[in-house]
Design a protein around this ligand. Structure first.
Ligand code: PXP
Length: 238
């Protein structure tokens, strides 16, 4: 059964809009778990626009399920992971001006830099995943590096509008996913997945984990987080 990692960044986004103390991401941890979350994901961005350093510590203390910390493959931020020791780290590319993570990590083009961060984290016993576009050469580079997992960027699939384009993006996820599982990499998926578009991705053979944030938190504003998580869990469960 696929593992649902609930990304709670946007609970912190609401708090940071007023620089106040509510809502606390710790509350979201508890409710997401009650709704069936198998894991909690948070992204400590360089500009600290939502999750703060303090949240990483609190979320790790409160969560009873594994915590996945998304981080840019940079030295300073890798140090925070080495100090706080989340269960997993997903290395992502990051630009300050972007609204959200816009593309996958270019593992091929930045091999040495990514490897430096990944091996420090793996040596500390942290499971490492690389967030990459569904391109076979990126999957192969991740395998060469020896990380445990890849997370395929589902953003292009999510943004596709015509049925031809959607099918093309889905096929790219299927093909890259097949290579990843053949190479014994854990196959994760994330970015831009919603209640409307997740089902075809959930049907891809061998998906280990989904990381979904914005859509769940958006729905949670209307129906509550526990229910929003429960509904997404039902959709990703085959
Ligand atoms: N996976 C990764 C690596 C991400 O960077 C993000 C966004 O922080 C997500 C998953 C979740 O994306 P969304 O909020 O669009 O569900």
């Amino acid at each position: 059964m696929p593992f649902l990692g609930v990304n709670i960044d946007h609970v912190a986004t609401v708090r940071q809009a007023r620089r106040t103390i509510e809502p606390d991401p710790a509350w979201a941890v508890v409710l997401a778990e009650l709704g069936g979350a198998d894991g909690i994901t948070i992204h400590l961005r360089e500009d600290r626009r939502h999750i703060q350093d303090r949240d990483v510590k609190v979320v790790l203390e409160v969560a009873q399920v594994p915590v996945n910390l998304e981080l840019a493959a940079e030295d300073e931020i890798t140090q925070i992971a080495l100090e706080t020791k989340p269960h997993k780290v997903c290395l992502v590319p990051e630009k300050r001006e972007e609204v959200t993570t816009e593309g996958g990590l270019d593992v091929v083009g930045n091999y040495d830099r990514v490897q430096k961060c990944a091996s420090q984290l793996m040596d500390a016993g942290i499971e490492v995943s690389l967030f990459i576009d569904p391109a076979i050469k990126q999957v192969e580079a991740a395998h060469k590096m020896g990380v445990q997992a890849v997370e395929l960027h589902t953003g292009s699939y999510a943004e596709a509008t015509s049925s031809r384009e959607i099918e093309k993006e889905l096929q790219a996820l299927i093909k890259a996913g097949r290579v990843a599982t053949e190479l014994n990499l854990l196959l994760n998926m994330g970015h831009g997945l919603t209640y409307r578009n997740v089902k075809p991705v959930a049907e891809i053979e061998g998906v280990h984990e989904f990381n979904i944030g914005h859509s769940i938190i958006a729905r949670a504003i209307m129906v509550g987080l526990e229910q929003a998580v429960r509904e997404m869990k039902a959709l990703v469960t085959r």
